[in-house]
Design a protein around this ligand. Structure first.
Ligand code: AMP
Length: 222
């Protein structure tokens, strides 16, 4: 399976990508998680992008294109991938196309999580995240088993600094300007599937299962 997930922040991309990744045993490549791990580990890339993430802006295409290409070249991605939050600009979409063309591969489907603003705001303000393993939670919709602790690794959950209201506003503006044009891009290519991002997790998983089946998504060759 080779799929991409896009939609506004808070659409549920990360949550659904994690579930699909476990189900299909293909890597979940989340551009935001990659960048946050560089920031945590104080790498050169991390130092370059920290302030950009805090402002809710996008990092330069060349930088994220290279980080994602490195992940896609890893043997584990031969079985397929779930790209979450990448591509986020037309330039990144072109770069991904070129990359896949070079490997004689195609996307199966581009899933657009259509989500209303009220739902986005509610999800982002209730979102908690594990700084150790990247798992996502929501204080009401996806609570951890033990309050404030990650189910997977037991680390203390935190709020993302870019989920503050003023940064959320900026991220939504950036989304409309830079990422929303991908809708037309993938529609023209015939890969686009719109799914209801407002649905709760189980409802949307059921929709996704049908969509993937319709697109003939299968486990990629090992
Ligand atoms: P996310 O975890 O997907 O909400 O991403 C968090 C932040 O990481 C975004 O607000 C951007 O600053 C940055 N980021 C994530 N993905 C990309 C991308 N594909 N291109 C540029 N910046 C990105």
């Amino acid at each position: 399976m080779r799929i991409i997930l896009f939609g506004p922040p808070g659409a549920g991309k990360g949550t659904h990508a994690q579930i699909l990744s476990r189900k299909w045993q293909v890597p979940h490549l989340a551009a935001g998680d990659l960048l946050r791990s560089h920031i945590r580990e104080l790498t050169e890339v991390g130092k370059k992008v920290k302030a950009i993430l805090e402002r809710g802006e996008l990092v330069p295409d060349v930088l994220i294109n290279e980080l994602i290409a490195v992940e896609l070249r890893k043997p584990v991605a031969r079985r397929g991938f779930i790209l979450d939050g990448y591509p986020r600009t037309l330039g990144q979409a072109d770069a991904l196309d070129e990359f896949l063309k070079g490997k004689n591969e195609n996307l199966d489907v581009a899933l657009y999580f259509k989500t209303s603003v009220d739902v986005v705001i509610d999800r982002l303000t209730g979102r908690r995240f594990c700084p150790e393993c990247g798992a996502n939670y929501h204080i009401r919709n996806i609570p951890p088993k033990v309050s404030g602790k990650c189910d997977r690794c037991g680390a203390s959950l935190v709020e993302r600094s870019d989920d503050r209201p003023e940064t959320v506003r900026r991220r939504l503006e950036v989304y409309e300007k830079d990422t929303a044009p991908l809708l037309n891009y993938y529609q023209v290519k015939g890969f686009l599937e719109e799914v209801p991002g407002d649905f709760d997790v189980d409802e949307l998983q059921a929709v996704l299962a049908k969509v993937l089946e319709r697109h003939g998504v299968r486990e990629s060759i090992r």
